[in-house]
Design a protein around this ligand. Structure first.
Ligand code: FES
Length: 165
């Protein structure tokens, strides 16, 4: 099947088997290996990307379902030379240890902050007006879909909180 995706602002047309996941399309067909494959079953969050601004697990979604969608991966946020604010805070707070989950953590935090700014409720708090309103428990709840096997959670939360202070 032929599909067209807008990936990090660049339109890409792909001819894919209908069974190819969005994660495999990004990694194997577009060379965007910043998005990681951990469990491949929707349990770890390593594959988190934004689709039309909303975070999803790319391993759980078929690429052909996203024909015409805007996809943002970690490569679309910044570069090693020019990191965005959140990426810089992950570095300065040591928000990682092995680093494998980091792209997913950063993409999830990016989507989470947009959701919080829109006032989208989490299970913890129902009325938020701005990302700066998020306390540590709220950030933990909203980031609970992203696992870190090294357990760098306090530093990850600190980075997120500082990026949006
Ligand atoms: Fe997709 Fe783990 S690789 S959630």
């Amino acid at each position: 099947m032929k599909i067209t995706l807008d990936v990090n602002g660049v339109e890409k047309t792909l001819d894919l088997d209908a069974r190819v996941t969005l994660l495999d399309a990004l990694r194997d067909h577009m060379g965007l290996t910043g998005t990681k494959k951990g469990c491949d079953h929707g349990q770890c969050g390593a594959c988190t990307v934004l689709v039309d601004g909303r975070r999803i697990n790319a391993c759980l979604s078929l690429a052909v379902m996203h024909d015409g969608d805007q996809v943002t991966t970690v490569e679309g946020l910044g570069t090693p030379e020019e990191m965005n604010t959140l990426q810089r805070e992950f570095v300065s707070c040591d928000g990682y240890q092995c680093g494998y989950c980091t792209p997913g953590q950063i993409m999830s935090a990016t989507g989470m902050m947009a959701e919080a700014a829109e006032g989208a409720p989490s299970h913890v708090s129902e009325s938020l007006t701005a990302p700066a309103d998020l306390d540590d428990a709220e950030i933990a709840e909203r980031m609970s879909g992203n696992l870190c096997r090294c357990s760098a959670y306090p530093f990850i939360r600190e980075a997120i909180s500082r990026a949006h202070a």
